[in-house]
Design a protein around this ligand. Structure first.
Ligand SMILES: Nc1nc2c(ncn2[C@@H]2O[C@H](COP(=O)(O)OP(=O)(O)O)[C@@H](O)[C@H]2O)c(=O)[nH]1
Ligand SMILES: [Mg+2]
Length: 325
């Protein structure tokens, strides 16, 4: 991840420097303050990022109907008067093929090593069972308490859901089984309560107004990548890496200046991303700019370039250079 020195994203409104780095032991002098890292696990596309965004009530992580949208670990921080939940959104876990897929799975496994609680997200229609088995085997090696979160219940009927819950219950001593729809918000209050109950007493790790550990610069690259997922056909998204080369705040009313490069793996893909008469790249740029402007609350001047970095996803050294460390 680039640009760690830059400011991370914060909520709008009052800042409270007194809490910066400070440890707040108690919320009201009686109940201890509770805090913890909550890992969100599951195979690609089960709705992990959608869930984190809903819990934060902020669209932090990019999402798409295509698997493997999330490539790196992202923290989403939710601070309540007496507690702080730090969600860890992860790339999907599956039996990976190829160096870049392996990298993403490793990133997911590494980022949950130190969590206080794990949410295992599964598909309500049972379609993720095979990958879930694999993840459960991994969890059995750890002592992390796990909540089984059955997502997308808006798509299934109740009797089949109950059968599925019985099946999962036999696999692993889950702390609880919670059916939800990350999309409609159904079940999320219960889920939040179940999480809160299991947070250990602990310090407030992040100030009240901080919602993530990623920088605005990294977020910009993610937003651009999301538009590629939404606009380009099947194969392209997996071959695109976005690097923000320049991010200049500049004094308003001058727009924030962002220059980014979209790296693809082959010459033919470059043509597709640019599109006839540059139309595809223009659409990507327009959507990304509008999204960024809404997030930052300022006008943005976005400049996009497309370059070929031959077969970058097949070569560890190359994808490291593109920011995947
Ligand atoms: N119908 C339905 N779709 C969902 C739900 N949660 C997520 N999705 C969709 O599933 C797709 C993958 O979501 P995403 O959050 O990117 O999955 P991730 O790869 O696990 O992070 C997106 O198209 C979401 O809109 C849900 O509760 N119901
Ligand atoms: Mg995701």
């Amino acid at each position: 991840m680039k640009g760690r020195e830059e400011s991370t994203l914060q909520k709008e409104g009052a800042q409270d420097p007194a809490h910066n780095g400070a440890v707040r032991e108690r919320a009201n002098g009686e109940e201890p303050f509770r805090s913890g890292y909550v890992g969100i696990l599951g195979r690609p596309n089960v709705g992990k990022s959608t869930l984190m965004n809903q819990l934060l009530r902020y669209k932090l992580a990019i999402t798409s109907p295509k698997p493997q949208t999330t490539r790196t670990r992202i923290l989403g921080i939710k601070t309540l008067p007496g507690a702080q939940m730090i969600f860890v959104d992860t790339p999907g876990i599956h039996q990976a093929k190829g160096p870049f897929n392996e990298y993403m799975v490793k990133e997911a496994l590494r980022s949950i090593k130190d969590v206080d609680l794990a949410l295992l997200l599964v598909e309500a229609d049972g379609s993720s069972k095979k990958d879930d088995r694999y993840i459960v085997e991994g969890l059995q090696q750890t002592r992390i308490p796990v909540l089984l979160v059955i997502n997308k219940i808006d798509l299934v009927k109740k009797p089949s859901l109950l059968l599925l819950m019985d099946e999962y219950r036999r696999w692993f001593p889950f702390e609880a089984l919670i059916p939800i729809s990350a999309l409609t918000g159904d079940g999320l209050e219960i889920l939040e309560e179940e999480i809160l109950k299991r947070l250990p007493p602990g310090p407030q790790y992040f100030p009240d107004d901080q919602i993530t550990d990623i920088t605005e610069r990294f977020l910009a690259s993610e937003v651009i990548r999301e538009k590629v997922y939404h606009l380009c056909g099947e194969e392209i998204p997996y071959s695109v890496a976005v690097v923000v080369e320049e991010y200049q705040e500049r004094t308003p009313p001058r727009p924030v200046y962002i220059r980014a490069t979209l790296y693809v793996e082959r010459e033919s893909q470059k043509g597709i991303v640019i599109g006839a008469g540059g139309r595809m790249l223009k659409r990507i740029g327009k959507l990304a700019r509008e999204d960024l402007e809404a997030r930052i609350g300022r006008s943005v001047y976005l400049e996009l370039w497309v370059k070929v970095e031959k077969d970058w996803s097949k070569d560890r050294k190359r994808f490291r250079r593109l920011g995947y460390r």
